[in-house]
Design a protein around this ligand. Sequence first.
Ligand code: ADP
Ligand code: TRP
Length: 330
Amino acid sequence: MARILTGIQSSGKPHLGNLLGAYLPAIEMSKKPENDSFFFIADLHSVTTIKEAEIRKQNTLATAAAWLAVGFDTDKNTFYRQSRVPEVCELTWFLACFTPIPMLENAHSYKDKLDKLGQGQKSKINAGLFAYPVLMAADIIGYDANFVPVGKDQKQHLEITRDIANSFNHQYGETFVVPEVKIDENIMVIPGTDGNKMSKSYGNIIDIFQTDKQLRKNVMAIVTDSTPLEEPKNPDTCNVFALYKVLGSPDQTAQLREKYLGGNYGYGHAKQELFELIIDRFGDVREKFAWLMEHPEDVEQKLQEGEDKARPVIRGVLDRVREKLGFERV
Ligand code: ADP
Ligand code: TRP
């Protein structure tokens, strides 16, 4: 059995890019009989940026509902909120004492923020953001994870995790499982409504979990050029086509390409086809998500069951650490 572990921050309502780039590939891995998956909501990490309680609660619910809506099997696997297994904070402390400062100074999470703000603005950066990779290391090491599927942007955090685990093992003998990063090179970067990478921070997302009417409006707002209706259009530079291509079958995509090249086919028509494709492809997922958002007590119950399964695992790891460091078990 290989243990697969991944977390998604509860920093927003999941969008189409998150679903195609993170949720669905992780679900595929979790379905393999040889994998035992720990998927969690990194709500403690979200405190580095989100300070409003109500927003975090809503985001956490939406993130959890998205995992369940895409079909995460919580009987076979383990599904939990990071914050509800607070042992991770104790492990973070121990790991922090084995983490050299320059390793954190070089971490993208901190460096990008510092670059954005400008040197000399360190007082605007909280220590939580600085220590972010240590909490992430505890998330992984604390559950004896073998493989961690993440996007390319998280690769460095995994290297930090491995360095910390190796350094501890080197001093105290085999204590931690050293995880391997699993970056699926086939995962595409999903473009947003303006053609840049879809991201909530760019305000260019497609939110598939809206009502039909809102979703249609969202799709109709995709940026297109001003080629007149009658003229042929270039599918390869069109933001609508780019999204259609990601979701449609090869046949559907080839047909749409023909329509673009043939002329007398407007962007409004293409947007309508994309809208219908999204509705078609995500009908079940959208329905399930909407239902779960109306029944937070069902989501809560699944999470609590997962938290009960997760706690003994990290307690076992902490017992090993405490023993090595000369602390009593608690
Ligand atoms: P955002 O960029 O909207 O803030 P996050 O950084 O919270 O999204 O990403 C959560 C997960 O979704 C990560 O695993 C990330 O790799 C994936 N993801 C985010 N945006 C995209 C995208 N446009 N295409 C593919 N995967 C994405
Ligand atoms: N930092 C990750 C992200 O923003 C989320 C995360 C937190 C995570 N802890 C993790 C991912 C542990 C994998 C494993 O995408």
